[in-house]
Design a protein around this ligand. Structure first.
Ligand code: ADP
Ligand code: MG
Ligand code: MG
Length: 211
C-alpha cells in the first residue's frame, strides 16, 4: 500500500519554508502588477513563523502539525492570503486526525478539505483570477487520475500539478472577479494572478517530495 508518512509532510513543510524565501521577490513582483506588491512578503512572514516553531511541532500527529502551520499563517499574515492559506493548512490535516501516516485516498481527502475552505472563505470560483484557478482544477484532476484512471499516486499528483499550473496560466488573459485586482478591470489582463502562482509552487513541492 502507498503510504505518506509524517516525515514526508515535515519535508514538505521544510520545502515550503525555503520556497517562501526563494520566490519572495517573484510573488511580490506579480502582485506589484495587479495588487499591492506584498504577496511574497506575506508568504515569507508566515513561513518564517512556521520555521521558528516547526521543531517543537514534530512530535504531533499530522493533523495537529498542519493545524499549527495554519494558525501561524492566520496569526501572522495580514493580507488576503493569510486566512486563505491559513485555512488551507488548518483543514488539510483534518482527515489525518490522530495519524502518523496516510494512504493516498486520505491524501486526496486532505487536499480536498484544504481547497474547500479556501473556496468557502474567499467565495471565489474558477475563472475569478485567484488561487482557486490553480487549486480546484488540480484537486479534481488528482481525484480523476487516481480514482478513475487508476494512475500511480505520484503520477496522479504530477497530473494534478500540470493541470494546476495550466490553471495558473489561465489567469493571465482574464479580468479578476475577486481580490484587489478586481478594481483594475481590464488592466488586470495580461498578468498572472500571484496567488495562483504560489499555489502552483506549493503543489510542486507536494509532488516532488512524494516517494
Ligand atoms: P492582499 O491581496 O491582501 O495583499 P496577498 O497579496 O498576500 O494579499 O494575496 C493575494 C492573492 O490572494 C491573490 O493573488 C489571489 O490569488 C488571492 N485571493 C484574494 N482574494 C481572494 C478570494 N476572495 N478568494 C480566493 N483567493 C483570493
Ligand atoms: Mg498583496
Ligand atoms: Mg496586502
Amino acid at each position: 500500500d502507498y503510504i505518506l508518512n509524517k516525515d514526508y509532510f515535515i519535508e514538505v513543510i521544510d520545502d515550503l519554508i525555503v520556497l517562501a524565501e526563494e520566490k519572495k521577490d517573484y510573488f511580490s513582483e506579480l502582485d506589484s502588477a495587479i495588487g499591492d506588491g506584498d504577496h511574497g512578503m506575506n508568504m515569507s512572514i508566515g513561513f518564517r513563523e512556521v520555521s521558528k516553531n516547526l521543531d517543537s511541532w514534530k512530535g504531533e500527529d499530522i493533523n495537529t502539525l498542519f493545524k499549527n502551520v495554519g494558525t501561524a499563517l492566520l496569526d501572522k499574515v495580514g493580507g488576503a492570503s493569510g486566512p486563505l492559506y491559513g485555512g488551507f493548512f488548518s483543514k488539510f490535516g483534518v482527515p489525518a486526525k490522530g495519524k502518523e501516516e496516510v494512504n493516498f485516498d486520505e491524501f486526496i481527502e486532505m487536499m480536498e478539505a484544504g481547497v474547500a475552505i479556501i473556496e468557502k472563505r474567499g467565495k471565489a470560483v474558477v475563472g475569478d483570477k485567484t488561487m482557486v484557478d490553480t487549486l480546484r482544477p488540480a484537486v479534481n484532476a488528482l481525484r480523476v487520475a487516481y480514482v478513475e484512471e487508476k494512475m500511480a499516486p505520484k503520477d496522479a499528483m504530477k497530473k494534478a500539478l500540470e493541470v494546476g499550473s495550466a490553471g495558473s496560466d489561465s489567469t493571465i488573459p482574464i479580468i479578476a472577479k475577486k481580490g484587489r485586482a478586481m478594481r483594475l478591470g481590464e488592466r488586470a489582463i495580461g498578468h498572472r494572478d500571484p496567488g495562483s502562482a504560489s499555489s502552483a509552487a506549493i503543489l510542486e513541492i507536494f509532488y516532488k517530495r512524494m516517494p
